[in-house]
Design a protein around this ligand. Structure first.
Ligand SMILES: O=C(O)[C@H](O)COP(=O)(O)O
Length: 248
């Protein structure tokens, strides 16, 4: 049996402002930094340790990993930064307030943009200054690999290869791993791991900074999964994430 830990980054400045973030590289708030440390404390208390860490190329996930590993005295750990674990690109919504967008376009439309499997938000214009074309961290990618918007299905199409090419082989070789990533890149991964249908994935929300343990069998199929920590607080946080896209 293998055990892996998935974790969404702690609260970011744009989580606090309730803005669509996607590939925008915003930092953690003080609360987010504290959540990362608290996650490390919980993992240490529960007897976890790791051999290898995976994260995205976005600082809110990277800094969360740093805080967690620091708390576990594991800052020396090898870390793989993979752009394929980035948040889902939120297209032209990036930067807009979620509740204001719901007031303008309706809660239903915002739910479709946030949670539907295959309807992407409007794309950024190629000349929009918010595109990632000239960002050096994506210099190794072909232009067509850099999204202008994504639905969850598009995110699945990059997260699953990251799993198959690098993460799954590392787990099979016996490495104990932690993945620090994002709400929707983790929804993509969990959809694949748990075989969640396109319709049911709409209901899956991930709270900030809470370690989610997956126990996997020899074929890397989930045996069970559970959040560490205060279960009531986690349920409240899940509800709060679901409500972020409502006008009231
Ligand atoms: O990119 C974002 O705005 C968030 O990190 C995830 O947002 P969501 O819960 O609205 O999809």
């Amino acid at each position: 049996m293998y055990k892996i830990v998935l974790m969404r980054h702690g609260e970011s400045t744009w989580n606090l402002d309730n803005r669509f973030t996607g590939w925008t590289d915003v930092d953690l708030t003080e609360k987010g930094v504290a959540e990362a440390r608290q996650a490390g404390k919980l993992l240490k208390e529960a007897g976890f340790t790791f051999d290898l860490a995976y994260t995205s190329v976005l600082k809110r996930a990277i800094r969360t990993l740093w805080g967690t590993l620091d708390e576990m005295d594991l800052m020396w750990l090898p870390v793989v930064h993979d752009w394929r674990l980035n948040e889902r690109h939120y297209g032209a919504l990036q930067g807009l307030n979620k509740a204001e967008t719901a007031a303008k376009y309706g809660d239903e439309q915002v739910l479709v943009w946030r949670r539907s499997y295959d309807t992407p938000p409007n794309a950024l214009d190629e000349n929009d200054e918010r595109t990632s074309y000239s960002d050096p961290r994506y210099a190794g990618l072909k232009r067509e690999q850099i999204p202008l918007t994504e639905c969850l299905k598009d995110t699945v199409q990059r997260v699953v290869p990251a799993w198959n090419d690098t993460i799954a082989p590392a787990i099979r070789s016996g490495k104990r791993i932690i993945i620090s990533a994002h709400g929707n890149s983790l929804r993509a991964l969990i959809k694949m791991l748990d075989g969640i249908s396109d319709a049911d994935i709409v209901n899956l929300n991930i709270p900030n900074g809470q370690p989610l343990v997956y126990e996997l069998d020899a074929d890397l199929k989930p045996i069970k999964s559970y959040y560490l920590g205060d279960q009531e607080a986690i349920q409240a946080a899940l509800q709060a994430v679901a409500s972020q896209g409502k006008s009231k």
